[in-house]
Design a protein around this ligand. Structure first.
Ligand SMILES: *Cc1c(COP(=O)(O)O)cnc(C)c1O
Length: 368
């Protein structure tokens, strides 16, 4: 079976992790935490990096930084992972959804303005599947209405929008370093910000809001979202190879494009002229002529030894939110179509050329 995603771990990761074990620096104190935070923040062009235990934790902290009042709204795409919407509801806020762009699958920026209300506090933009969202209109709206911008760049390490790194444009940005992401710490995440004040607040929230001068005295409630030095050591070693990893992902995407560009019945991912995608995954969308949904097609690939994953199911189709009275009867046709027709092919960093051939042959046969 050709797996969907596989990390690439080298001798360097081993060396740095063993250094933590031998020196006893295994908790959330240690030099690799600082080094990982500083290098990742600098790479993205942000001033502060706060390493945390997951991308979901990073989103949670980001939304806490907005200081939402009950009922305050955060605009986001329906087509994303639940961590985004959950971070908002857990802070007493209301996620307000927009549909996806049918061509690049990112948040449809033309739908944001009509969703802005007096309660809107922020736009949470998600760079989906390694491709940047169209940031200029988002930043313009944020400025016009005094909104904060949170960038969820958990799938877009190294991706660029008009020459700027994803995760380097908003007020706050978020990364995940889960094992299937472009660079990994096993489990992990990071909050980035340019603001000294928000950076300090994020550090407090990560560590239970202990006070510096009086440790067991709390003026606010935080979390234990600390990353370990061992995880950060993995991250430092992975970061040393970021350019290589991005190039590798792009070359896998190119290989798929070359082999599948004239296959009928599927739509391949685009790269907008203003963006540089890192193709975190290689998503394809089945056209209606195939009369198949992603489940059926995925089964056809599975029996040929190819593992795939379906696209996200939009937030407006989640029973958990309906139970909370959210998004009832809302319709986002593009997100709905992507959820039923979209799936992604194997793009593990260790995939071989002949395996890509095998996947593409399986896709062609599956379409017959
Ligand atoms: C992976 C992912 C997350 C969550 O990251 P975890 O580390 O798994 O908690 C958040 N947002 C997006 C867009 C993701 O792909």
């Amino acid at each position: 079976m050709i797996p969907v995603c596989e990390p690439s771990i080298s001798k360097r990761e081993e060396e740095l992790v063993i250094d933590c074990l031998r020196t006893g620096w295994i908790s959330s104190a240690g030099k690799y935490i600082d080094l990982f935070e500083e290098s990742w923040a600098a790479y993205c062009g942000m001033g502060h990096g706060i390493a945390v235990s997951s991308g979901t934790a990073a989103l949670q902290i980001s939304v806490r930084l907005l200081d939402l009042k009950p009922g305050d709204e955060v605009i986001m795409p329906s087509f994303t992972i639940i961590s985004c919407a959950q971070a908002v509801t857990e802070c007493g806020g209301v996620p307000v959804l927009v549909d996806s762009d049918p061509v690049n699958w990112q948040m449809d920026v033309s739908q944001i303005r009509q969703k802005i209300s007096p309660k809107t506090r922020a736009i949470m933009v998600v760079h989906i599947y390694g491709h940047p969202a169209d940031m200029s209109p988002i930043m313009d709206l944020a400025e016009e209405f005094g909104l904060k911008v949170i960038e969820d760049a958990a799938e877009a390490h190294g991706a660029e929008y008009k020459g700027r790194k994803c995760g380097g444009m908003g007020d706050i940005s978020v990364f995940s370093f889960y094992a299937n992401k472009l660079i990994t710490t096993g489990e992990g995440g990071m909050v980035l910000t340019r603001s000294d004040e928000l950076g300090e607040k994020a550090r407090d929230l990560r560590n239970l809001c202990f006070q510096k001068s009086r440790r067991f005295y709390h003026e606010d409630l935080g979390y234990n979202f600390r990353m370990t030095n061992i995880q950060a050591a993995l991250g430092v070693a992975q970061f040393e190879r970021i350019d290589q990893i991005v190039e590798r992902k792009r070359s896998i995407a190119k290989a798929y494009w070359d082999r599948l560009k004239d296959a009928t019945g599927i739509v391949l991912p685009v790269e907008e002229p203003w963006g540089r995608s890192v193709y975190w995954v290689y998503g394809i969308v089945l056209e209606t002529v195939t009369r198949m949904n992603n489940e059926q097609f995925s089964q056809r690939l599975f029996v040929q030894g190819v593992d795939t994953r379906p696209f996200f199911l939009g937030m407006h189709e989640q029973p958990v939110f309906h139970k909370m009275g959210l998004f009832v009867n809302e319709k986002y046709p593009v997100a709905e179509r992507l959820a039923r027709q979209g799936l992604y092919l194997p793009t593990g960093l260790t995939i071989k050329e002949n395996e890509i051939d095998q996947v593409c042959n399986a896709v062609r046969r599956g379409l017959m």
